[in-house]
Design a protein. Structure first.
Length: 366
């Protein structure tokens, strides 16, 4: 494993150099990977592995016609590479549970009876295993239980794979029956296009993941955006101005600089006025939200958040309720303003950027 200094803490990670695709293909040459669920992660992981030369089949309930038809449209053939969930689970030697967490609880009894000795039960989230008292997902002792958790949505996993960038993933082994669980997990991780893989546990993954989704990555981000937009509108700013100063400048400019070379580099490449204001106000926002994050993490660790997910997402009318909530979000003034803003973005052909192109390197790197 490669040792990398992460902010003064040395961690061991797996890179493509030490675990290349050729090695992954050799490790899994006799395996059939059954991807269960063609919703969010399923399409990306199955297509990436198929493109990389692995033997992959998909298990999807035909009752969910939209997802079944999407799988067919992506080239999975009913009766050959596309099956109902339990039939796919019977055929697979690595069974990837990529339906939603609430759906995993529902389908587990059927999947469990399809597992054979020596199979690998694969997850991309620690939810079902860590909170097994809520989900009922208790794997038999004669299978491997492994996890590879990409740090991004399924759409990003697929897009980053196609762009050649890959996406970082964590990996873990909860049960090693065959003695090859770690190797199988890493091989699948490389197969789905991970840029690098870092070790974790099922418990640490689900605690950090649920905190991140409810916090900075989604919940907090959306809430802070709405609050700033609301204040600007209350003070008389137009929807266009409020949206650009709240969302567009972040998504189309600043966050790209952060991703490229860090927060300090983004600050260094903004105006002195912006720098000073951001540095002065950053601690005020941190102080305001730190108690919220402590409360959030406590709810995640206690199982309150997972109980909420299972109750809400397992309701018979969940999809209808979700559609209503997302429609309300999308039809809010802020996001309707966003739709108008996006429609005005130029669609000209990209200009070629090379090492000799002037004005694109910024004020220097870290």
């Amino acid at each position: 494993m490669a040792e990398i200094d992460f902010g003064g803490v040395v961690e061991a990670v797996i890179t493509r150099d030490e675990f290349p695709l050729a090695k992954a293909l050799e490790v899994l040459k006799d395996e059939t990977i059954a991807v269960i669920g063609y919703g969010v992660q399923g399409p990306a992981q199955s297509l990436n592995m198929r493109d990389n030369g692995f033997k992959v089949i998909v298990g999807q309930s035909p009752k969910f016609k939209k997802d079944w038809d999407r799988a067919v449209g992506d080239g999975w053939e009913p009766g050959k590479t596309l099956f109902d969930i339990e039939e796919a689970a019977q055929k697979g030697t690595i069974v990837q549970m990529l339906v939603s967490d609430a759906a995993q609880k529902a389908i587990w009894p059927g999947v469990k009876q399809c597992l054979n000795q020596g199979d690998a039960l694969y997850f991309s989230h620690g939810f079902s295993i860590v909170f097994r008292d809520q989900t009922g997902v208790v794997p038999p002792e004669n299978v491997d239980v492994i996890m590879v958790a990409p740090k991004g949505s399924g759409t990003s996993v697929r897009r980053n794979f196609l762009s050649g960038a890959g996406i970082n993933s964590s990996f873990a082994v909860d049960q090693d029956f065959t003695g090859k669980a770690r190797e199988r997990a890493l091989a699948v991780g490389i197969g789905i296009g991970s840029g690098y893989l870092f070790p974790t546990t099922f418990k640490d993954e689900v605690h950090s993941d649920l905190t991140g989704e409810r916090g900075v990555l989604m919940g907090a981000l959306a809430g802070i955006m709405e609050a700033q937009y609301e204040v600007l509108r209350e003070k008389g700013h137009s929807p266009s101005e409020a949206f650009n100063e709240t969302v567009e400048e972040l998504t189309e400019s600043l966050i790209r600089l952060v991703g490229e070379n860090g927060m300090d580099w983004m600050y260094a490449n903004c105006s002195a006025t912006a720098q000073r204001g951001a540095l002065d106000w950053k601690p005020k926002f941190k102080e305001a939200v730190l108690p919220v994050f402590h409360k959030l993490y406590a709810r995640v660790a206690s199982g309150e958040e997972t109980a909420r997910v299972l109750e809400a997402c397992g309701a018979p009318d969940y999809q209808e309720q979700l559609t209503k909530e997302l429609d309300e979000l999308g039809n809010s003034e802020m996001w309707r303003a966003g739709k108008a803003t996006r429609s005005l973005r130029p669609k000209e052909a990209a200009k070629e950027i090379s090492a000799d192109t002037k004005g694109v390197t910024g004020r220097g790197s870290n």
